[in-house]
Design a protein around this ligand. Structure first.
Ligand code: ADP
Length: 192
C-alpha cells in the first residue's frame, strides 16, 4: 500500500510536496503551520499573501500551492481543514476534501510523493480517532484516481496521533480482507 505512517516533524522530510494545515489566509499560524513557515523562511508567507490577494481566503477543504523555499520539500500545499463543531456541520466532508484536493493539485503538478500532517486535529479540535479514518479513506480514494502521485506519508507529531492513524490504517486493511472473511463465514454456514 502506498500510504506510510511515520512519527516525526514534517519540516524535516523531503517529498515533492508537504501539506500544511493552513488557516484561511494562507498566513503563518501556530502548530504545524508555524513550524513550516519558520523552516521555509519569509518567502513562504509572501507567497501565501500573494495567493490570498489574488484568490481571496480559502474555504474549508480548499488548498493553495506555493514553492517550498528553504524547506527540503519542493512545494507546500496549504490545505484548510474544518474547525470541529461537534461533527454535524459537514466536518468529515470538508476534511476529506482537504486531503483529496491536496492530492489532486499535487497530481496536476505531476508530483510523485506527498507528506501530510494530521489536518484539523490540533487547534481546530477534530478528534483524532474520528479524523484518522476520514483522512486515510480520502487519501486512498484520491491515490486510486491519481496519475502521478504514488507515495503518501503521514508525518505524525505525537504518539497519540500516530497510534490513532496506525489503528485506522489497520482497520482499513482489515475492511478490505473483510469481504473474504465473509465468504469464509458463509462457506462455514453451508457446511453445517
Ligand atoms: P489544525 O489547526 O489544522 O488543527 P495544528 O497545527 O494545530 O492544525 O495541528 C495539526 C497536527 O499537526 C497536530 O497533530 C499537531 O500535533 C501536529 N504538528 C505540530 N507540529 C508539527 C510538525 N512540525 N510536524 C508534523 N506535525 C506537527
Amino acid at each position: 500500500m502506498p500510504i506510510h505512517l511515520i512519527r516525526g516533524d514534517i519540516t524535516r522530510v523531503a517529498p515533492d510536496a508537504i501539506v500544511n494545515a493552513s488557516n484561511a489566509d494562507v498566513s503563518p499560524g501556530g502548530g504545524v503551520s508555524g513550524a513550516i513557515h519558520a523552516a521555509a523562511g519569509p518567502g513562504l508567507a509572501q507567497a501565501g499573501a500573494s495567493y490570498r490577494r489574488e484568490h481571496g481566503p480559502l474555504s474549508p477543504g480548499q488548498v493553495a500551492i506555493t514553492p517550498g523555499f528553504a524547506l527540503p520539500a519542493r512545494f507546500v500545499i496549504h490545505a484548510l481543514g474544518p474547525v470541529w463543531h461537534g461533527g454535524r456541520a459537514g466536518e468529515a466532508d470538508a476534511l476529506a476534501s482537504a486531503y483529496r484536493n491536496s492530492i489532486e493539485v499535487a497530481d496536476e503538478y505531476e508530483l510523485v510523493s506527498v507528506a501530510f500532517p494530521s489536518i484539523s486535529t490540533g487547534v481546530f479540535g477534530y478528534p483524532v480517532t474520528l479524523a484518522a479514518p476520514v483522512a486515510l479513506d480520502a487519501v486512498d480514494a484520491a491515490l486510486a484516481a491519481a496519475q502521478h502521485v504514488r507515495d503518501v506519508t503521514f508525518v505524525l507529531f505525537d504518539e497519540v496521533t500516530y497510534a490513532a492513524y496506525e489503528r485506522a490504517l489497520g482497520e482499513m486493511e482489515d475492511g478490505r480482507r473483510g469481504g473474504c472473511a465473509d465468504c469464509r463465514v458463509s462457506g462455514n454456514d453451508r457446511s453445517h
